[in-house]
Design a protein around this ligand. Structure first.
Ligand SMILES: *Cc1c(COP(=O)(O)O)cnc(C)c1O
Length: 402
């Protein structure tokens, strides 16, 4: 019996093209300086794409290491069968040390208080645990003060179970390419210089996120930590002229659940905000603000240009411009009326032959997209895996027709 894979997903899902991720990994890796390694950052469920599957694709395409924020995210990769090295950016609590060591997840040390617990866990297992020291150079978040780097590194001599693998920092303004990036980099370099003078070897020095990797290529050091670019996006938006030719792996799809011809004067949706001016073919789709439709983060304007842009958008919204849009049969169609929690209305009057069950594509922001939307993974254009919050299902084994 033939089945469509959307039998497993219901009428809304996200397609993730793992070939596009692999392409982006290769493009980034090939553009790095000789000898610079690539950490694929798969935090926040791989920016909404699904961490275990993205990690597998990135590693197969040449990523050297993975990066996540929390222990929980590291454990999810291990549970998903990913065995590659994983650096956790957030400071670990001492009570998390045992799990981190047991699952060979690499901690970032931002405070020496966690070292005894890490060493004890390593000793118990008879293992040597790699750690990275995080240096606070201007992000104002986590990390050791630069003057504490040498004392903490020297204290590691009292813990033969711990090996200093890396030292790194994180930039606050790389996306603005301002001079503070240089200030932070210089502070890191000074700390590294101090370590060298103290006779301490640092195998892996790293600083760059996506924006810095190509905005300041001279700062790539031994490794770069790249997220945004691997997902086909450019930090701060726009193609930066970096010649990377990235591909977008992300498509949100939904099926039309209801379709009707509504006469002029009909009001559509909550608050009766939208009154049809003429007879309109209205489609209902199973996406709303609970799923991330039109939800965008409120950005505090950074300068007067930003402020002006936000004002223009707000005024445009007042006149009905800039509303959410979806694409039906290749045509961009506006969402009409207020976006509902889970159901929204679309004007499909100008889409010839549109019918119930047709696919629409919506531009949802990855990190605002509801994790309950099933993720369908594609390879060579074919779906091979569906991940829902209930679990994963391989489509190849189910003999699903495409
Ligand atoms: C998120 C993150 C990155 C990757 O940032 P992108 O701009 O998405 O490339 C690198 N390093 C740290 C510490 C991060 O938290």
């Amino acid at each position: 019996m033939s089945m469509d894979y959307t039998d497993f997903t219901g009428p809304r899902w996200v397609e993730i093209d793992t070939d596009a991720i692999a392409h982006n990994v290769r493009r980034v890796k090939n553009a790095l300086q000789a000898g610079t390694r690539l950490m694929a950052v798969v935090k926040a469920d791989a920016y909404g794409c699904g961490a275990p599957e993205v990690a597998r694709a990135a590693l197969a395409a040449g990523a050297d290491m993975l990066g996540v924020t929390t222990l929980e995210e590291g454990l999810e990769l291990r549970a998903g069968g990913v065995t590659a090295p994983v650096l956790m950016f957030a400071p670990l609590l001492s009570q998390e040390a045992g799990q981190a060591v047991r699952h060979r997840l690499t901690p970032s040390v931002s405070h020496p208080g966690v070292l005894p617990a890490l060493a004890a866990a390593a000793r118990e297992r008879g293992e040597v645990v790699d750690i990275h020291l995080k240096v606070e150079t201007g992000m104002g978040r986590t990390g050791l003060a630069p003057e504490d780097i040498v004392p903490v590194a020297l204290s590691l001599r009292g813990y033969p179970e711990l090996r200093l693998e890396g030292v790194y920092t994180h930039f606050a303004t790389a996306v603005y390419a301002d001079s503070f990036v240089r200030t932070q980099f210089d502070r890191l370099q000074a700390a590294l210089e101090d370590l060298k003078e103290a006779g301490i070897a640092v195998p892996v020095r790293h600083a760059c996120n996506s924006a810095a990797t190509f905005g300041f290529p001279e700062m790539q050091l031994d490794m770069v930590r790249v997220g945004t670019l691997l997902y086909g996006q450019y930090p701060g938006g726009g193609n930066k002229g970096w010649g990377l030719d990235l591909k977008d792996p992300w498509r949100v799809k939904a099926r039309i659940l209801h379709l009707r011809e509504a006469p002029a004067g009909t009001s559509v949706g909550y608050g009766r905000d939208h009154i049809l001016k003429k007879s309109t073919r209205v489609a209902v789709i199973p996406l709303g603000y609970a799923d991330g439709l039109t939800v965008s983060p409120l950005v505090r304007p950074k300068n007067t240009v930003d402020l002006f842009k936000i004002l223009v958008k707000t005024v445009a919204a007042f006149w009905g411009y800039g509303r959410a849009e979806v694409t039906v049969a290749g045509r961009v169609t506006p969402v009409i009326g207020r976006v509902g929690m889970q159901l929204s209305m679309v004007d499909v009057s100008h889409v010839p032959g549109v019918k119930l069950g047709d696919e629409v594509e919506a531009g949802l922001r990855r990190l605002n997209t509801n994790p309950r939307l099933p993720r369908v993974y594609l390879r060579s254009g074919q779906p091979y895996l569906v991940r829902t919050i209930q679990g994963e299902m391989s489509l190849a084994e189910e003999g699903v027709d495409h």
